[in-house]
Ligand binder design. Structure first.
Ligand SMILES: *Cc1c(COP(=O)(O)O)cnc(C)c1O
Length: 397
């Protein structure tokens, strides 16, 4: 089928919930993908920070084949070894004592909010249900997670959402302190905001939130769905700071493309959750967990993290060189292989120009171009990307 035929069929049969590119992807390998007409693209999107080991990763492929031949799904009624193996790896990678698996990021956030409500109810009674979230946050699209997502365009058509959410300006401890009180059961924050523009939280901000939560008997939830899994050069982004949460949600890179999310909690949180409180038919199945365990071993390997820091620094340097010569580039920010370039003008226009020249990029908000390549990216890929980006930025002039 021709590209135009596939797209015509797609327009006919799909709910129009996305604007997608005008080509049809067919296969990929490592840092590259090809469309059905044989055009090659260098991939600095990685399925939105998902394909951390790149496309058609040999390890993932072997595990998928071996595990699929044994067991794919068993439901939440039974134990399997891959799920237990993954649980152990995740818990031992961070502050957490226990894990609950989900199928996506938004579902992990949803579960985290439920856990926070349950802890508050059992500890303080029924009135403590408020949530503090931050401007430019993104926590997902289901009714609870969506209520904590800041962008009005995403929320307002679907109101009423979960009540009780208040937003404070990101990195503004003074205002956060003013809206915080004893009716708040949780504060949810991205250690590095992703969709909202690739903005790192300051160490002082996270430490201050920890203090405010302790003062008001609220739980601190870190949303590491995008920043976690080695992307910033530490296994979890918050591990570059001294601040630990009570709950952390993870998802995007865990399955290298297979859907999985995780809610990681302390024993103090887990103590309030009992059978019946939460559940999922699909989550934590042996296929996805076997793959995620193999993927997580690679992502959390010190050599991989050193590679992320090394190539991340190089990416940052090369983006900085562009900024030095291009007055349309306002700011470069991020950490490791999660970088953003704020421009004067439309990030989508730059993305489109790059795509036409064989480079996949994704905006984060209206004026930030995001760079979240597979973590296996090498300097030569950065060099090729910079060459194309350089020309693509000309659309702003
Ligand atoms: C992508 C993302 C989500 C939502 O994850 P889905 O898997 O798309 O539901 C939530 N929080 C953050 C920080 C994200 O980047």
């Amino acid at each position: 089928m021709s590209t135009s035929q596939v797209i015509a069929d797609a327009e006919r049969y799909f709910v129009k919930a996305y604007n997608r590119a005008a080509f049809v992807l067919a296969h990929g390998k490592g840092m590259e993908v090809w469309d059905t007409e044989g055009r090659r693209y260098l991939d600095f999107v990685a399925g939105i920070a998902v394909n951390a080991l790149g496309h058609a990763d040999p390890t993932s492929l072997t595990v998928i084949q071996e595990q699929a031949a044994k067991l794919t799904h068993v439901s939440s009624l039974y134990w399997t070894e891959p799920a237990v193996e993954l649980a152990k790896l995740l818990v031992e990678s961070c502050f957490a004592d226990k894990v609950f698996f989900s199928n996506s990021g938004t579902e992990a956030v949803e579960g985290a909010l439920k856990f926070a409500r349950k802890v508050a109810r059992q500890t303080h009674g029924p009135g403590k249900t408020g949530i503090v979230a931050f401007e430019h946050s993104f926590h997902g699209r289901t009714m609870g997670a969506l209520a904590t997502t800041h962008k009005a365009q995403y929320r307002e058509p679907f109101e009423p959402l979960m009540p009780g959410v208040r937003f404070a300006p990101f990195n503004d401890l003074t205002t956060t302190r003013q809206i915080m009180d004893d009716t708040v059961c949780a504060v949810i924050v991205e250690p590095i905001q992703g969709e909202g523009g690739v903005t790192p939280a300051t160490d002082e901000f996270l430490a201050g939130l920890r203090q405010l939560c302790d003062q008001h008997g609220a739980l601190l939830i870190f949303d590491e769905i995008q920043s976690g899994g080695g992307r910033t050069g530490t296994v979890w982004a918050h591990q570059a700071t001294d601040t630990m949460p009570d709950i952390m949600v993870a998802a995007k890179p865990l399955g290298n493309g297979l859907p999985i999310g995780a809610i990681l909690v302390t024993d103090a949180v887990a103590a309030h959750i009992q059978p019946g409180d939460h559940g999922s038919t699909f989550a934590g199945g042996p296929l996805v967990c076997a793959v995620a365990a193999a993927v997580f071993r690679r992502l959390s390997d010190p050599a991989m993290l050193a590679h992320v820091r090394e190539v991340g620094d190089y990416l940052r340097t090369r983006l900085g060189e562009i900024q030095a010569h291009d007055s349309n580039v306002v700011d470069i920010r991020g950490r490791g292989l999660m970088q953003g370039m704020q421009v004067r003008g439309s990030a989508a226009a730059v993305k489109n120009a790059a795509q036409e020249a064989g480079l996949l990029l994704v905006p984060a908000g209206d004026d930030v171009i995001r760079f979240v390549p597979p973590l296996i990216v090498e300097r030569e890929h950065v060099d090729e990307m910079i060459g194309i980006l350089h020309h693509a930025l000309e659309v702003l002039s």
